[in-house]
Design a protein around this ligand. Structure first.
Ligand SMILES: [Zn+2]
Length: 289
């Protein structure tokens, strides 16, 4: 994911927009040493790749912490930092955490309540969909847990997001996992934590069903052919390569289709599943109010 742009004037302009109202009323007047300390804090955050560290808790910022925390209100829709919000959200095609919904919110990688002085640091604001943002909550990265930083974490180029498909009597269950032969510890633990924390196995069920029903008309072409099974397997492999081009191998779409291309039970009889009506789990939830 592209790093949000940063320069001397950007930081100062962002601080001014966050702390000074349109009519010139100053919510908090930063002293020069405080302003300098914020520049140092942001540089330290980059140097630490967004990992928590006691050095981020700067004594020099104790008086302005709350003002910086509250300045995040200006990053909300219609706020004075709304252009920063827009440029952060526009930088991604979809939520980088799940890859299944548009990013409509900003998530504080290091939680705002605990890291007040980083509240409007754009490098700490990661675009995400609302369900991912809510599921992530205020988790702070530590050994073996926490979210992977979308701006800073270098990931292997090899395929590490895998899925297992189980298929019984036309019922399809997909489960994601991180291949530990590709991703070593501790990154393996963190990515696994992220998968579990975001509950992607459950949350992606509707998206997976929609994707597979979108493929159904193409799969129909092979129905009843003598080599139906081989054709369907080849088609699914091709679909995985195509999704990889559009989304990457470590995207749930590629992982699911690849996994189905290796699932004997599905290849033997995809039709019991595909001939059922598409019912989305969201439609099964009870109405509220
Ligand atoms: Zn998401």
């Amino acid at each position: 994911m592209p790093l949000p742009a940063r320069g001397e004037t950007d930081i100062n302009a962002q601080l001014d927009a966050g702390l000074i109202q349109v009519d010139g009323t100053v919510d908090y007047a930063l002293s020069d040493p405080e302003r300098q300390a914020i520049h140092e804090l942001y540089a330290l955050y980059d140097q630490l790749l967004g990992e928590p560290n006691p050095r981020l808790d700067m004594e020099a910022l104790s008086a302005c912490n709350d003002a910086l925390h509250n300045a995040y209100d200006q990053v909300q829709k219609g706020g004075r930092l709304k252009s920063m919000r827009g440029s952060l959200l526009r930088a991604v095609r979809e939520c980088p955490l799940c890859g299944a919904a548009p990013a409509t919110t900003l998530d504080h990688h290091l939680p705002r309540a605990q890291y007040k002085s980083l509240a409007i640091n754009p490098r700490n604001l990661v675009p995400s969909c609302q369900p991912c943002n809510r599921a992530k909550g205020t988790v702070v990265p530590s050994a073996g847990q926490g979210m992977v930083h979308a701006y800073f974490q270098a990931l292997p180029t090899a395929t590490f997001l895998r899925a297992t498909s189980s298929y019984i009597d036309g019922a399809l269950a997909i489960s994601f996992y991180i291949d530990d032969t590709v991703v070593p510890s501790p990154l393996h633990e963190r990515l696994t934590f992220q998968l579990t924390r975001l509950n992607l196995d459950e949350r992606l069920v509707d998206s997976i069903n929609i994707m597979l029903f979108t493929l159904k008309p193409s799969l129909e072409m092979f129905r009843g052919l003598a080599n139906e099974r081989a054709q369907i397997q080849e088609y699914l492999r091709g679909a995985a390569r195509s999704y990889n081009k559009d989304f990457a191998w470590n995207h749930w779409r590629s992982a699911v289709v690849l996994s189905l291309s290796e699932c004997d039970a599905f290849l033997d009889d995809p039709w019991t599943y595909l001939d059922k009506p598409l019912i989305l789990t969201e439609a099964l939830e009870e109405d509220v109010g």
